[in-house]
Design a protein around this ligand. Sequence first.
Ligand code: SF4
Length: 310
Amino acid sequence: MIKTVYLAKPRGFCAGVSRAILIVEKALEKYGSPIYVKHAIVHNIHVVEDLKKKGAIFVETIEEIPDGSTAIFSAHGSSPQEHEEAKKKNIKVIDAMCPLVGKVHLEAKTYAQKGCPIIYIGHKGHLEGLGVKGEVDRVRGKFHLIDSLEEAKAFSLDGQTPVAILTQTTLSVFETKDILKTLMQKFPQAILPPQKDICFATENRQEAVKLLGQKAEVVLVIGSQTSSNSNRLKEVAQSSGCKAYLIDDVSFVDSSWLDGMSTVGITSGASAPEYLVEQLIEYFKNLGVSDFQYIEAAKENLVFPLPKEL
Ligand code: SF4
């Protein structure tokens, strides 16, 4: 029987996600429907469905956006080539790329322009990496994607130019350390960004879920399967020694997961709305739980300004 529920702090929306969602809402207010959104604005099905109801139309390619319309590019960042394609179609673009993803774009471009091959630690096919690759391609630089420790171990590169190592913002802090260590042994002269690329929100949520995993026997992470940072939260919890499940919302809870357990931890990915966590808390209240305790890893109060168009 569940006696205690631990709640991670911080959890849920980060500054970049809050800004991206607000951009879509403000754009709908200012320009009216239809507003096209390239890619899921953030990787959460509930957020996307809520915005669809308000009049946003989600597409995957610029081709699908009618000439002359208004479009928002998602928080994960877009390549310069996509911006050029939109310009040719006279599309008014409002870019919801998180400023911290923008920082990695700028680093990639700057180092590639200096002739450094870019080694990018990230997940194959993830939009964030594709946008960064676009920056490197545009200045005819060299881009190498490393997706795992095994790939880092097998990786080699000819030539004397120092490499620059960048990362996706939502990786596991703990796993990336090993990949980085392996790469640094191969390329001791490698340039690293002045400020690390894994963002503060990812790091704080992972630190909190690590503590949660040390306290709770089972951890429930609210987030979509497509969300990189939510998947990492599940993995970090599991590596703390507990069972962990990634669920879109309370309806996905399988009561057998709780059999014989007395402590549960709850957290949510950076793209998951808080009302989904509240529904899950309600579920445990209905099971008779009255002991809810916060596990706090860090305080967050960062707010990113909206783009000038809004
Ligand atoms: S997880 Fe980090 S990089 Fe991604 S949107 Fe949030 S603050 Fe920005």
